[in-house]
Design a protein around this ligand. Structure first.
Ligand SMILES: Nc1ncnc2c1ncn2[C@@H]1O[C@H](COP(=O)(O)OP(=O)(O)OP(=O)(O)O)[C@@H](O)[C@H]1O
Length: 401
């Protein structure tokens, strides 16, 4: 029933804790059991894998379940919480449900009833055939799960990160997975002058308002937005720079606006911290553009993939897109090569290239020339190049020809 699921159990009572932990493990779950609030916060905030649910007692030796939940909500979108309460704590539990906790159960309870409630509480199955949207790295998969989670709520969201990381795409995905998906998604770009906030507020109705680059909104517009948020018909999603939380300290953004947003945030790490995602994204963008070509290319060569992995992507996803667009345009053969993507690295720049790179580049040129002369006859080309057919074939495979 719970195979492969990871559950954090915060329960100080040894008898209760061990019977829950044992039962969860019997059902196939992996369990981290802690007895203190502070340890619970640590286990959820820096989990060793994605937490599918937290089972949390309300009364703990060093605090309450409510404090655990609230502390976590300030920095991350917490996983679903199933609270275990005593009779006297129901008010607190109900308050927690309103704040976004998933469910509660009153002691004493039957273990089967507990399992039934837990299954309904769990985070949607991460392997539930949803393809990656942000990337394939664990960090990106975590973002995709947060997106699914936040789509189930209706609170304001802040998406924080450097420029060009796909924050606008993330905002749109939250909207499309949410119950507001049939309504409109209206974007305000605070980098533009004027941003068009008033028109957007008039147009959004019960849809989602996405404010890109929130810290760039001027004071008058911030006041207008905050007024609208007093009784909003819409849901606000905003994007901001990686150090957005400092905006409140420096006075760039009204502090009440900052705190409204910080409660639910997604932090998107730069591509330089997850270069496997840069390679993945290049592949995705290549695929979508290539499919539209009348003469499709065969792919991104291994050498180019290596170069993608080694680049540090200061312009993030936006840079990936523009480089792949260009590469598809200029590629001469069937495959994309490093210099198609990074033209600044071509032979007449003073940059030192490895001997292997130079050799591969030269070999590729000669092989293409020979194949051209022989009308694509491999045996004949091999004779001109004075190598065996097998050697030529192997080199062509390696060079992606
Ligand atoms: N995961 C992704 N899949 C496809 N394209 C992406 C992805 N991430 C970024 N891009 C490309 O990067 C560009 C920027 O995306 P987007 O506008 O969503 O980023 P942003 O983080 O909101 O940028 P900014 O903060 O600079 O406005 C777009 O052209 C988009 O095509």
């Amino acid at each position: 029933m719970l195979t492969g699921r990871y559950i954090v159990l915060i329960e100080d009572d040894s008898v209760m804790g061990s019977s829950i932990a044992q039962r969860l493990e019997l059902e196939g779950a992996e369990v981290t059991w802690v007895k203190q609030a502070v340890r619970g916060i640590a286990a959820v905030r820096t989990p060793r894998k994605t937490v599918d649910a937290v089972v949390c007692d309300i009364r703990l030796p060093d605090g309450t379940g409510e404090e655990v939940f609230e502390t976590l909500s300030r920095s991350v979108a917490p996983p679903p919480f199933l609270f275990i309460t005593g009779q006297g704590e129901i008010d607190q539990a109900v308050r927690l449900l309103r704040a976004g906790g998933a469910d509660y159960l009153t002691k004493p309870f039957d273990m089967r009833a507990f399992l039934g409630r837990l299954v309904l509480t769990l985070r949607p199955d991460p392997d539930g055939d949803r393809p990656p949207q942000t990337g394939i790295s664990p960090l990106a998969r975590q973002i995709d799960m947060q997106v699914a989670d936040l789509a189930r709520h209706d609170r304001p969201v802040l998406i924080r990160g450097q420029r060009g990381l796909g924050k606008a795409r993330i905002a749109r995905r939250i909207h499309e997975l949410s119950s507001r998906r049939a309504a409109s998604f209206v974007t305000v770009n605070a980098h533009d002058e004027p941003s068009g906030l008033s028109d957007a507020l008039a147009a959004v109705a019960d849809g989602t308002l996405f404010v890109s680059g929130l810290e760039r909104l001027d004071r008058v517009e911030q006041d207008r937005l905050m007024d609208a948020l007093r009784a909003p018909s819409f849901r606000l999603i905003a994007s901001g720079s990686a150090d957005f939380s400092e905006s409140a300290d420096t006075g760039n953004v009204r502090s009440d606006l900052v705190y409204t947003l910080l409660a639910q945030e997604i932090v998107v790490p730069p591509l330089s911290q997850r270069t496997e995602d840069a390679v993945w994204l290049a592949g995705q963008i290549f695929q979508s553009l290539n499919d539209r070509r009348s003469r499709p290319l065969r792919g991104i060569s291994e050498l180019a993939e290596r170069a993608l992995r080694e680049h540090d992507w200061p312009g993030n996803g936006r840079e990936v897109r523009s480089r792949i667009l260009r590469a598809i345009d200029v590629a001469e053969g069937d495959w994309i090569f490093p210099t198609d993507i990074f033209p600044e690295r071509n032979a007449d720049t003073p940059e030192i290239r490895t001997l292997a790179e130079v050799r591969e580049h030269a070999e590729r040129g000669q092989i293409l020339k020979a194949l051209e002369q022989t009308g694509g006859q491999i045996a004949e080309a091999a004779r001109l190049l004075e190598v065996s057919r097998t050697t030529l074939w192997e080199k062509m495979q390696k060079l992606g020809l």
